[in-house]
Design a protein around this ligand. Structure first.
Ligand code: UDP
Length: 239
């Protein structure tokens, strides 16, 4: 496991909601642009970057199935939502002159490249940002699992999970003033205490492949770059 400042290839996972700013729904272009700048600052360090963006700002499968829709159909709608977010991020990154490929787990060749592992690796070697869209391509999964799967396939050194808080706490820090942040926590403790880092299948997949998860605040300007440079506060989930 590399020390801070020694990363060469990383996965950045953000939720769809990270792109909606203060709105209750959808995309907020200034917020997308701000995240693109955070990505650019890390790209400028020479780090190869994979991204997975959720779809919860547009549609979640569980939401659809709660309204009586078949779960699998609702999940496909959720996967399509992630493609919209990926295209928005590609546009914002390219506005920063960063070559970006959207790679979809569901074929839609007019819109995005199909996922071909070795081709994606080649893009990364050429310093193109790869945004992996449409989750894993399968219903009953989440984009956290997709991020973990692709991070393993791309040999990323860690998953950086950007959230609204600067790490993993023993209880919700926005509700409890005495909440304590972990500097380090094991995969098993996250699972046992249900600490809400990522869903359980994603945590298990990371644990089984010894892939560290770094939980940090995406709201902190310069935070992503800072952590890669060895600064700032975050939680490291590892074995
Ligand atoms: N989804 C899916 N399979 C996957 C990834 C995602 O079916 O491999 C669907 C699922 O319905 C999910 C939605 O896409 O609710 C959006 O993804 P997610 O909830 O992970 O987004 P986030 O919460 O990160 O915004």
């Amino acid at each position: 496991i590399p020390q801070a400042g020694k990363y060469s290839r990383v996965m950045l996972k953000i939720s769809g909601e990270a792109l909606m700013g203060d709105q209750g729904y959808g995309l907020h272009p200034p917020t997308v642009a701000r995240i693109a700048q955070e990505v650019k600052s890390v790209h400028d360090m020479g780090v190869e970057i994979c991204m997975v963006i959720g779809g919860g700002n547009i549609f979640r499968g569980l939401q659809g199935s709660a309204q009586g829709m078949e779960r699998a159909t609702a999940d496909y709608m959720g996967m399509l939502a992630t493609v919209m977010n990926a295209l928005a991020m590609q546009a914002a990154l390219e506005a920063e002159d960063i070559h970006t490929r959207v790679i979809s787990a569901i074929r839609m060749d007019e819109v995005a490249e199909p996922y071909i592992r070795r081709r994606a690796v080649r893009h990364l070697e050429k310093k193109r940002v790869c945004v992996f869209a449409a989750g894993t391509g399968n219903p009953y999964f989440t984009t956290d699992t997709a991020a973990t799967l692709r991070a393993n396939e791309m040999s990323c050194e860690a998953i950086f999970k950007g959230t609204k808080v600067d790490g993993v706490y023993d209880k919700d820090p926005k509700k409890h003033a005495d909440a304590k942040r972990y500097d380090n926590v094991s995969y098993d403790e996250v699972l046992q205490k249900n600490l809400g880092v990522m869903d359980a299948s994603a945590i298990a997949l990371a644990r089984d492949n010894n892939l560290p998860i770094i939980v940090f605040s995406l709201d902190e300007p310069g935070g992503f770059r800072g952590i890669l440079a060895g600064e700032g506060t975050y939680t490291r989930v590892h074995g």
